[in-house]
Design a protein around this ligand. Structure first.
Ligand code: SF4
Length: 499
């Protein structure tokens, strides 16, 4: 599945002498959450200016490309605290350089930088209110509103100003705020986006880090401590690093806990722990449940067993769970690698007359023809969104002379856009909304059978994978939006209005 783009990845570290380098590695691990642009801001004392400053480097491109010069770390991004951001824009036009995060400002209470993962559903209202007061905006991103809310707060202390600001935010947000003496992590009260706290002692002193996913901790040798809880404002300062005791403030909750279930299906890496549980474990349970809902076709003893292939990489883990369970249930089948993914796909330049979407899929995937030829092929994908990738993959598999092609989807059909930080296509572009039934879609995809995981099956699988009693958002499958979206604004609407 590739029609939904991840939102953003955020990483921060406090009290580590090499904070910028650690953040660089953290962002590298989170690159899958955003590939358009990235940036790092550090906090350090400037000997010439005799005050604290926040040097920054931000640019379009991948982490490895933007931070390709070691001098950036040796001479520019100094300091023992840093925050970083990898971006896929969910709000604010993609081509606008001023939208690259982290944002930083200097105001009456000192320096302040912010890195934001999510989408504010009251962004338009906030922007209108500020515009009417004459506020000048530097960007078209909803993240800038957070800085304006803090800077215009009537509270005196910086921490109170931050609390004052975040209680006014609606929608999905995981934030890292860097001040002159603190790293502050905030997760919205629904807990839409994941955020975890880690401990790092690699530089010989106690440091703490915060990341969208724990795979960022593994890369730098930090250990997972716990999640930043939904609605928690977690303050990391020198005292916290010395004692291991954190000041934590709980924001009011109006809609309960609604963690994004799609993180377990597609967005997060399987080697990450989110919402307190490994993605690999939950994703395998999802595949297992799919085997109960829609196993492989049964074949005679004389026939070659069906082969099950995943759409790499995001479907690999669910496919393993699916195959293992199918076999346990007595279905003959074998896991095979029938599709190869090219990871080095940037912009695709096409020749006149070529179909852009088809070329994008062809650049990204190729078939292993010897594996597929004359076999009953069961393709497992994590989700179908626009349907164009699925249709083209089926075309390629048929061209490789598969005997039959069956499609299994490790999630329910996507019927509604996301307003909480994921870049989904519009309601009309979602493929299931263009057909009256799964059977009609099956015909369009040109497959012998098509089955989705049921919503109850998904909920059951996630519950078995993660015993926590905290709730999940499943609005893109059910249209049951946990936070009212009447006031919400999609990325397209927001970009159109403010870019
Ligand atoms: S609508 Fe879907 S993608 Fe968006 S937060 Fe809810 S579950 Fe996640």
């Amino acid at each position: 599945m590739s029609s939904v783009n991840d939102n953003c990845g955020i990483f921060g570290v406090f009290n580590a002498p090499d904070a910028a380098r650690l953040t660089y590695f953290g962002l590298h691990a989170l690159q899958h959450r955003g590939q358009e642009s990235c940036g790092i801001v550090t906090s350090t004392f400037d000997e010439h200016k005799l005050r604290r400053v926040m040097p920054a480097r931000r640019d379009f491109g991948l982490v490895l490309d933007v931070f390709d010069d070691p001098a950036i770390f040796d001479n520019q991004l100094l300091g023992d605290a840093a925050i970083g951001h990898t971006r896929y824009s969910t709000s604010g036009a993609t081509h606008n350089r001023s939208n690259i995060q982290p944002f930083k400002v200097h105001y009456k209470n000192g320096n302040l930088a912010v890195a934001h993962n999510g989408n504010l559903s009251n962004a338009r209202e906030l922007r209108q209110a500020f515009s009417e007061r004459g506020t000048l905006f530097q960007s078209t991103s909803d993240t800038e509103h957070i800085l304006h809310l803090i800077a215009t707060s009537r509270r005196a202390k910086q921490l109170d100003q931050i609390i004052d600001a975040v209680v006014q935010l609606e929608g999905g947000f995981a934030l890292l705020l860097l001040t002159d003496d603190k790293l502050i992590a905030v997760r919205d009260s629904n807990g839409f986006r994941p955020l975890a706290l880690g401990y790092y002692s690699g530089s010989g002193q106690s440091a703490y880090c915060v990341a969208s996913e724990t795979c960022a901790f593994d890369l730098i040798g930090a250990s997972y401590v716990r999640d930043v809880e939904p609605g928690e404002v977690l303050i990391i300062d020198q005292e916290a690093c010395a004692t291991g005791t954190f000041k934590s403030i709980q924001l009011p909750s109006r809609h309960g806990t609604n963690q994004c279930i799609f993180e377990y299906i597609y967005f997060s890496r399987p080697d990450s722990r989110i919402y307190g549980e490994m993605v690999d474990k939950v994703r395998r349970k999802i595949g297992k449940q799919l085997a109960h809902d829609a196993p492989v076709p049964r074949v005679n003893a004389e026939e070659k067993p069906p082969i099950v292939i995943s759409v790499p990489d995001s479907s690999n883990t669910a496919t393993l769970g699916y195959v293992n369970e199918c076999r346990k249930l007595g279905y003959r089948c074998r896991y095979e690698i029938g599709l190869i993914r090219n990871h080095y796909v940037g912009r695709t330049f096409i020749a006149p007359g070529q179909d852009r979407r088809e070329m994008q899929v062809r650049c990204k995937f190729n078939t292993v023809d010897g594996v597929l030829k004359d076999r009953i092929v069961v393709v497992v994908d994590d989700s179908i969104v626009r349907g164009t990738t699925a249709k083209l993959l089926v075309k390629m598999i048929r061209k490789a002379n598969a005997k039959e092609v069956h499609f299994r989807v490790a999630s329910p059909s996507v019927v509604s856009p996301c307003f909480y930080g994921m870049d989904f296509p519009s309601h009309e572009e979602l493929i299931m909304n263009r057909f009256d039934s799964v059977e009609d879609l099956r015909e369009w995809l040109n497959v012998d059978s098509l089955h989705y995981l049921s919503i109850d099956g998904l909920k059951e699988a996630v519950k078995r994978g993660n015993q926590s009693t905290k709730g999940y958002c499943d609005a893109c499958f059910t249209a049951n939006y946990p936070v009212p979206v009447e006031l919400g604004v999609s990325k397209e609407e927001y970009d159109e209005e403010y870019d």
